[in-house]
Design a protein around this ligand. Structure first.
Ligand code: SF4
Length: 351
């Protein structure tokens, strides 16, 4: 605690306890799978755009997805929006971790974090940092992500709280994992609890915890239709169904089943888009979404300004370098492959 109080990072959501539960929720959702440095700016602009739970609940899902552009993992944004609407419909925040866990997008960690940081809850929030520090302090040869390690982390965090009953003790533990007890190379020389660390004493701290079992990767093939207008704008279609990228705006896409010729699938997409000019195949684009590796075969066409009507909702002509609708980093990759305007690259993996 002394170490934390003197050297903790100054983060915009770290206000005195009890914290605004909305601010806790937004920051925790953004911090899932994303580095703190990238979250700070996104958090500040999100809070400016949606300053309260009510403002978020009243927003369109499209606006919320757009505000998450660049962070990726748009499913998080969708669930955050749903949870805001659910809490507004309830009339007040549930204060107990068990009740919070019934809301959309509230997993065990988020529920415990909101309850602990905002409502005095005593269930420890156990994230990857807490689990890793626990495994090392006690030299537990347990796999990351395992139920056994989660349980050990919870017991350890609860024992600290019994000695120092403030959520600050959990935040200190998380800070230790995030800044000192790093996954691949722990900085043990700078560690305030080195003297009581069993993994350090054993001589190989990075050997704990054991690696998370790898999920096998899936290979997918898609075809994309890149239709560019004289003025450089590109035809995008909102993804309305399927397991991936729903709600985002991208060039028309179709999954390729085995045996289907990509050019045939591209012609079908062209008919759906009202495009009747020759298509040319361009370089394959590789894109990954969680455990899926996708090879996208783009087919490009250029049309005159008025050759394709933006007839129905769900279609839009956009500047690929500055889209005004929520999109994915796949748009930037397709722009590069198809020689269109340079779209802004984003670094997220999911979208
Ligand atoms: Fe982690 Fe090293 Fe500190 Fe142990 S001594 S908690 S391994 S940083």
């Amino acid at each position: 605690m002394r170490w934390f109080r003197t050297g903790r990072r100054d983060l915009p959501w770290r206000t005195p306890f009890p914290r605004d539960p909305y601010a806790v929720l937004v920051s925790e959702v953004m911090l899932q799978q994303t580095q703190v440095d990238r979250v700070i700016e996104a958090y500040l602009s999100f809070m400016e755009r949606f300053p309260s739970l009510e403002a978020l609940a009243a927003a369109s899902v499209e606006d919320v997805l757009h505000a998450f552009s660049g962070l990726g993992y748009y499913r998080r944004a969708r669930l955050l929006h749903e949870s805001a609407r659910a809490i507004v419909a309830l009339g007040s925040w549930p204060k107990d971790a068990g009740e919070l866990a019934r809301l959309p997008g509230f997993g065990p960690y988020t529920s415990a974090a909101v309850a602990a940081f905002s409502f005095g809850g005593s269930d420890p929030p156990v994230d990857g940092n807490v689990a890793r520090v626990t495994a090392r302090l006690r030299a537990l040869p347990l796999p990351m992500g395992s139920v056994a390690l989660l349980r050990a982390g919870r017991e350890f965090a609860a024992s600290l709280y019994a000695e120092s009953p403030t959520p600050e003790v959990w935040e200190a533990l998380m800070e230790l994992g995030a800044t000192v007890c790093a996954p691949a190379s722990p900085r043990c020389r700078a560690c305030p609890v080195r003297a009581s660390c069993a993994a350090f004493a054993a001589g190989d701290p990075a050997a704990f915890p054991l690696p998370r079992p790898q999920r096998s990767r899936e290979a997918h093939r898609w075809v994309a239709l890149w239709v560019e207008r004289d003025d450089g704008r590109v035809l995008l279609r909102r993804v309305d169904d399927g397991p991936l990228l729903v709600g985002l705006w991208l060039p028309p896409l179709a999954a390729l089943s085995d045996g289907i010729d990509p050019s045939v699938a591209a012609e079908i997409l062209a008919r759906e888009a009202g495009v009747d000019v020759p298509l040319s195949a361009t370089d394959v684009v590789r894109h990954s979404i969680t455990h899926r590796d996708i090879r996208v075969v783009p087919f490009a066409a250029t049309v005159g300004a008025n050759r394709v009507a933006e007839a129905q909702p769900g279609w839009s002509w956009q500047d690929p370098g500055a889209p005004t609708l929520p999109t994915s980093s796949l748009l930037a990759k397709l722009a590069r492959a198809c020689g269109g305007r340079q779209a802004q690259p984003t670094k997220n993996r999911e979208a």
